[in-house]
Design a protein around this ligand. Structure first.
Ligand code: SF4
Length: 389
């Protein structure tokens, strides 16, 4: 059930006047030697916006009941901390106190995040009998529905995704629950292992040695890779997902022939519109503007933010940071592309001469956090935003 509407003030708490002004000013500001340029699409997507709104409505509607999130609401530390400060608790994940479902009572309210939750977790909530509010994004539900049809037709699901990401955990759990099989590939290199197996260039044992931890229980490559349906986590790099689809289709044609391809391969592009729009805007920005550096703001666990940085770094020095605290005059803490650990780099900001800095933010980054970063970069460059900005 969807709770009654909450206050507009709550809903607006992640908006920023500075970012709104940048939007109104053709996504650009000039302050002394510094030019600040924004990607034309960035930040909170429709699904996150809606989920945040529902959570805030729940806070207003159930002031005397404990509200739980099954897991991280979205991959943004500031938003999750903000929810904790408003009394929300987390059942699982980074922000949980470790008690899990044992701490939830039937008088409580539990919220399923935008990424969705594993089937076992949803069943656990049903068993407890608490009020359940589902904020699963429709873009996440779409591949779930398609996957059920593919399983009925006997297809194994090949998922282009980050293993362990909440959305992918939910998808894998659904497939197992529906008695289907899955294999997760992170990138083109891992896909090549699958292609080599289908082509007969490596053995089932080799494949399982490399990707066994990314496969469903009892996965048998000989049997389970004869009919393959490809989907992708909604926030992957769209160009990479399409290339994976093309290469897997090619090898299936090579193996089974063009006439039989429909019986052996299905492809369903499940990148969401918001991800696609933000990636297109990122590419457009680094292609068209003569940037000295690019700042990408978003949680280090955020898949869509990482992929924005992957697009930018090929063309311009790029720093994926979580918030303005990562920036100081001499150094920046950031997550390098394709890395799991943040690092600190020196001399990231030129101290003299004209400076053109690009900005974007992941789908789980509120405008308030982006605005703090823009203001800090301007200040560290020795300029200040004029009062109207
Ligand atoms: S990034 Fe896409 S799939 Fe994820 S919550 Fe936003 S709109 Fe939904």
């Amino acid at each position: 059930p969807v709770p009654p509407e909450g206050s507009e003030a709550n809903r607006q708490s992640y908006a920023s006047t500075l970012v709104d002004q940048l939007r109104a000013n053709d996504y650009r500001l000039e302050e002394g030697r510094v030019t600040l340029v924004m990607a034309r699409m960035f930040g909170f997507c429709w699904g996150v916006d809606k989920a945040v709104e529902i959570v805030q409505d729940a806070l207003a509607a159930f002031p005397n009941r404990q509200i739980w999130l099954v897991n991280q609401m979205i991959h943004n530390p500031a938003v999750n901390q903000d929810l904790i400060s408003r009394g929300i608790k987390f059942i699982k994940g980074t922000y949980s106190d470790g008690q899990g479902f044992a701490a939830v009572s039937k008088d409580d309210v539990a919220i399923i995040p935008a990424f969705s939750s594993a089937v076992e977790e949803i069943l656990e909530l049903e068993k407890i009998g608490c009020e359940v509010i589902d904020t699963t994004c429709p873009w996440v539900l779409k591949p779930h529905l398609r996957t059920k049809r593919n399983i009925e037709a006997g297809f194994t699901t090949l998922i282009h995704a980050t293993l362990g990401h909440d959305e992918t955990r939910a998808t894998c759990s659904l497939i197992t629950h529906e008695k289907g099989k899955y294999l997760v590939v992170r990138d083109l290199d891992e896909t090549q292992l699958v292609i080599d197996f289908i082509r007969g260039a490596n053995t089932a044992e080799d494949l399982m040695k490399a990707l066994g931890n990314a496969a469903s229980p009892d996965f048998d490559p000989e049997k389970d890779l004869t009919q393959v349906a490809l989907i992708n986590q909604t926030t992957m790099l769209a160009s990479e997902s399409r290339e994976i689809g093309k290469r897997v289709q090619d090898v299936m044609i090579e193996r089974y022939g063009e006439d039989a391809i429909k019986e052996h391969f299905r492809d369903f592009d499940t990148i969401c519109n918001a991800t696609q729009d933000n990636q297109d805007a990122m590419l457009n920005l680094v292609d068209k503007e003569n940037l000295d550096l690019m700042i990408v703001v978003g949680g280090f666990e955020s898949s869509n933010t990482k992929n924005l940085a992957r697009i930018a770094w090929k063309k311009v020095p790029t720093y994926h940071i979580e918030d303005s605290n990562d920036l100081s005059p001499d150094q920046v803490r950031h997550l390098p592309v394709d890395s799991y650990e943040s690092v600190t780099s020196q001399d990231w900001l030129r101290s003299e001469g004209p400076l053109c800095v690009g900005f974007t933010a992941g789908a789980s980054t509120p405008d308030t956090k982006l605005a703090e970063v823009i203001a800090k970069v301007t200040e560290l460059a020795g300029e200040s935003l004029s009062p109207t900005k």
